[in-house]
Design a protein around this ligand. Structure first.
Ligand code: GLA
Length: 728
């Protein structure tokens, strides 16, 4: 049993293989958070919380003569609002009488076999290994608002999921102003926070900060999970390293506007509230209706590496769906950086022919294949093939590509619309634009109002039509601007605050319909590179284009940051041209190959311009990738360098689960004369086994892990090495 209720002490205990999560229903019926961390068995953890008069922290009416009892200091599972807990709250609402307060007390709980699912939203699902669900119902009797707190316990994964369902139990209307997925309290300790910020072309940069008193807020209000703040944080001890020390991961499985608040309060206690962004949010909760919030994936581990492994396993096994979850991802060539908009059938076929010759498996036709798309200023919405560029249409191109033995993939950006399109001329009201206001343009395009069911249906028909009419194996689904001017012309004015979330409910439904109907198509997510790289998208698209920056040296930092929460199999990574188009940097082909092999591998350069030596090297790279892919995608990933130490290299390792094979990779970013050689202690090997190290020498796993491996001197521009360490 992963979930237990201990009647005598009113404890609710969730247990995974290594962790315990304790709650307690207190004397007044508040659901207190007592503990999350290494498994403490059935101990009543309330001993650690002391009641004392905390001066100017008020007391609920029932305890008006007891100044030691205050919501303002009590660790809670989901907070009240407006009644004296002055810290960040999980929820805010207004009632029809104008009141804006509620306090939630325990009503009942239920323990169920299996994992709950969330209507309309992606969530972690049960797969190889059992899960259980706890549902705790809380209610405020004056406002008549109820909350069902959902907990999914994945014992083998060391993962606990959370989501809240807020319901109107009364007879009057309620308007939600904030609806978070969870609140997690860390009453004791001194903590750092790791978060993953960035920008276009430099997503998910790992940053670690010491928490200060006050509230740290990480948000996206851009209508996408964003390049700027990934919905994932880690709270860890000041002393936590890759290998030891407590760390808590919190990942929101959501692709739209999100908000994470981390408060270090007056009593040194930390509260984290995570969920939908409440900025301009307003949800009308009619009597008898409810709102389900997106899921948070929680994990606790000792050491950042173990925490990452927990997330990698969970995403690979229990988030990603469909046949590509474990199977080989085709080595692709994408024409974007080879041609941009300047191509015709002949040029594409030349690239495809070369790709087939080099051993690539999938040809992807990127942006520019449809009418009125000479550049990125027009053409989105109609999705009709441009017969000037492709005189025989997609049919002819696809059949020629297929005749070469390649599969065929197509780029689309379905959520967008250009003003200069037949779709816009027919349905200007289908774009999100505020009345009487010229909208913000980005890439000179607008965003379709997916919250409008007619738009949803149009997109379903268009995309399913493409997939039915043509022999397409892969779709790159792009999204190239933030959402502003959020106003749906199909929605009553009072409900405009629901539009951003309804947009994502509709998008997830669309993805769900298409992936169910076309299970053989591999979907790759994309949003101006990695602007929508999140666990929500990963449910439908097993890989996501990690960044528009294909410079391998920039990619090292991007892939490093991304690896804290997301597995290598999720990261689309391509070898591109040198000098690189984004940075102008020149790098060796081997460095580009080794960096891209740490993801879902492909090429994105004009193959017709390669020299013979480069072609020979690429043939070897592809063979190599096919050989190492199982270790990279299903093995354990270890970060062996920390960029904040400025050692001048990135080093990482992939080890198969059975420890028989290890792939060690290094890229030197700052080669220097007469410098200290890169030396790393290997991780995750079988201590008692003997390994062949790159064919150079043999050594015991324990020695390699204790005494390490010294790389030879690597000189030149950004040199890289990859070696096999194989158990004998
Ligand atoms: C985005 C994508 C690129 C490419 C272009 C096409 O920027 O991230 O990979 O598809 O759009 O316009």
């Amino acid at each position: 049993m992963s979930i237990r209720y201990i009647k005598e002490t009113k404890q609710l205990i969730l247990e995974t293989k290594n962790t315990g999560y304790h709650m307690k229903i207190d004397q007044l019926g508040y659901l207190q958070h007592m503990y999350y961390g290494p498994k403490p068995g059935q101990d009543d953890m309330s001993y650690a919380f002391r009641y004392y008069d905390r001066g100017f922290s008020g007391n609920p009416y029932d305890k008006r003569y007891d100044r030691t009892y205050s919501l303002d200091s009590m660790p809670q599972e989901y907070t009240s609002f407006g009644v004296g807990d002055f810290r960040i709250n999980s929820i805010a609402a207004s009632c029809s009488d104008g009141s804006r307060c509620a306090e939630f007390r325990y009503v009942s709980h239920e323990i169920k076999e299996g994992k709950y699912s969330i209507p309309g939203l992606p969530s972690v699902y049960e797969n190889c290994g059992k899960a259980q669900t706890l549902i705790v119902t809380l209610k405020d009797t004056a406002a008549n608002i109820g909350i069902r707190l959902y907990y999914g316990v994945f014992e083998d994964l060391d993962v606990i999921t959370r989501s809240a369902e807020i319901f109107n139990a009364g007879e009057e209307m309620v308007w939600l102003r904030k609806a978070s997925s969870m609140c997690l309290e860390l009453p004791y300790g001194s903590w750092d926070m790791m978060h993953f910020h960035g920008r276009h072309c430099m997503e998910r940069q790992a940053e670690r900060v010491k928490l200060f008193h006050g509230v740290h807020t990480l948000v996206s209000g851009r209508g996408m999970s964003s390049h700027q703040h990934n919905p994932f944080i880690i709270i860890c001890d000041h002393d936590t390293t890759e290998d030891s020390g407590p760390c808590y991961g919190m990942m929101l499985m959501y692709s739209g506007n999100h908000k994470t608040e981390v408060e270090l309060d007056q009593f040194e206690s930390v509260r984290v509230v995570m969920g939908l962004n409440d900025d301009r949010f307003r949800w009308e909760l009619a009597p008898g209706t409810s709102l389900n919030t997106p899921e948070v994936i929680l994990s606790y581990a000792e050491g950042l590496t173990q925490l990452s492994h927990n997330y990698h396993r969970c995403i690979r096994n229990n988030v990603v769906k469909g046949k590509f979850k474990y199977s080989h991802r085709p080595v692709l060539v994408n024409n974007w950086e080879a041609t941009y908009f300047d191509f015709n059938e002949e040029k594409l076929l030349q690239i495809a022919e070369k790709a087939a010759d080099l051993g690539m498996e999938l040809f992807v036709l990127d942006d520019g294949w449809f009418t009125n798309r000479e550049d990125d200023n027009a053409g989105l919405g109609d999705w009709v093939v441009d017969t000037n560029k492709l005189p025989g249409g997609l049919e002819s191109l696809i059949s020629k590509v297929k005749a070469m033995g390649l599969r065929f993939g197509l780029w689309i950006e379905p959520e967008m619309i250009s003003e200069d399109s037949d779709l816009y001329r027919a349905h200007p009201d289908w774009a999100l634009t505020a009345p009487g206001r010229a909208p913000m343009m980005a890439r000179n395009q607008l965003v379709l109002d997916l919250s409008n069911p007619d738009v949803h249906e149009y997109l379903y028909k268009t995309i399913s039509g493409l997939l039915r009419d043509y022999d397409i194996d892969y779709i790159k689904w792009d999204f190239n601007r933030p959402i502003s001017d959020v106003y749906s012309h199909a929605t009553p004015s009072a409900l405009q605050g629901e539009v951003p979330h309804r947009y994502y409910l509709s998008l997830y439904k669309l993805y769900d319909r298409l992936t169910s109907e076309f299970p053989d198509v591999l979907f790759e997510g994309c949003a101006g590179g990695g602007g929508r790289f999140d666990a929500g998208m990963l449910q439908y698209s097993p890989q996501i284009w990690t960044s528009d920056n294909t410079d391998p040296v920039s990619r090292l930092a991007i892939q490093y940051g991304t690896s804290f929460g997301y597995p290598c199999s999720a990261m689309g990574a391509h070898v591109s041209a040198s000098p690189n188009h984004q940075t102008g940097r020149k790098t060796p082909l081997s460095t580009r190959g080794i960096t891209a092999m740490a993801g879902s591998f492909g090429y994105e350069l004009d193959l017709t311009k390669l020299t013979e030596e480069e072609c020979a090297e690429i043939k070897e790279q592809i063979k190599r990738y096919k050989d190492v892919e199982p270790v990279v995608h299903s093995g354990l990933h270890y970060r062996l360098s920390d960029p904040s130490e400025n050692k001048g290299y990135y080093c990482w390792e992939h080890v198969s689960e059975d420890k028989s094979r290890c792939l060690l990779s290094i890229v030197v970013t700052d080669p220097q004369a007469n410098y200290t050689l890169a030396h790393v202690r290997l991780k995750g090997l079988d201590p008692n086994a003997v390994y062949s190290v790159g064919g150079e020498f043999e050594c015991r796993g324990s020695t390699l892990m204790r005494n390490g491996y010294t790389f030879p001197q690597l000189t030149g521009d950004y040199p890289a090495r990859q070696l096999d360490i194989i158990r004998i």
